[in-house]
Design a protein around this ligand. Sequence first.
Ligand SMILES: *Cc1c(COP(=O)(O)O)cnc(C)c1O
Length: 441
Amino acid sequence: MTRGFEPPDPFAATLERLANDMWDGPAGREPGAARGSMGVGGIPIDTIRADFPILSERVNGRPLVFLDNAATTQRPNCVIERVARYYSREHSNIHRGAHALAARATDAYEDARRETAAFIGAGADEIVFARGATEALNLVAHSFVKPYLKPGDEILLTALEHHANIVPWQMIARETGARITVCPVDDDGQLMLGEFERMVTPRARFVSITHVSNALGTVMPIREAVAIAHRRHVPVCVDGAQSAAHIPVNVEELDCDFYAFSGHKALGPTGIGALYGKASMLERGAPYQGGGNMIEDVTFESTRYQPAPRRFEAGTGNIAGAVGLAEALRYLRRIGMEEIERREDALMEYLLEGLRSAPGVSVVGGWRPRRVCAVSLKVDGIPDARVGGALDQLGIAVRAGHHCAQPGLRRFGVESTVRPSLSFYNTFDEIDALLDGLKGM
Ligand SMILES: *Cc1c(COP(=O)(O)O)cnc(C)c1O
């Protein structure tokens, strides 16, 4: 495919602005003196926040304090503009058609695949676009695991999985006579690796495990779990919905066989996500959806499929979504995932410290473990929905409910929690607002 169109890069303008703003004053570089305006990797926080138009919204007469980032993040201007530019100047269907726009759209889509791959250290042919983490996990279950399952085989999960990493496995277990086994977590929400090792039995065919718990924010020891499973030749899928936008992820280092994540939790559009699969794994899958785009040749008797990854992308996909996702990942890379992790760690430490001294507040999973993005709490004597509603009156968005992780919460003896969750664009002042709100209950 020839590259007949070089779009102007709106990101260059953002970069230039970032470079200029960086030297506006020392405030962004002095955490002690001006904690509230401390930046991310040398970029002042106000500059970052200005990239996200929705952060200037007012809710219930107050400035919006968006602390629901584990449910979805917000979009920077460059993503909004990139999607608009795609529709204004590049849109057509892809991989077909001998015209210039088809080439532009195909170039943009395949460029998005390369960018998505680079973001997690994968090869471009190892990325399948899907609707999100949910569809990616369903794809793994149906295309890569179900064809190999026999009655009595085991699929090993952990006690802290999102429903998206439970229900698809139940569906294929029911169809094949396989069963689900569940590795416990301890009272700190940490995976019990000894148990895990014991549970990778000779009957275990597959492991699927979350990277970061969306309910508790605790982090799973993926590398260790993968090493244990691989010693027994059991492939591992990682649900990366809560890790991709918060900590640096390299699938080669993790050595996982699959890694699934959602665009909308990583500053990108809704309805797009990605599945990484090791090239050797992708070659072994049987597509579970058929249609256009994924075929090489069709007769009424039989069909020859495209090679991976396209054989797993039946029909017209979310082209604009993929293009927007790539722009979001470029934005994250430009700031730097290490810097983002450092910023969010500092915010989380500050939040946990504040929660500790808030009367009547307890944290599910205790105070000890590291939290990424999310933390689940209870306020003594006040129902979660009331806490959420009261905070909303103050313009503060948090989640109250079961967070699509009912078995995980029940492990800790609760049916629901209040869950604030962070992004690097949040501020220490916003956390103060949340803490004040909780103390005023
Ligand atoms: C959000 C989430 C999912 C599902 O993501 P969708 O974008 O809804 O498909 C899966 N796993 C975890 C851990 C999540 O947080």
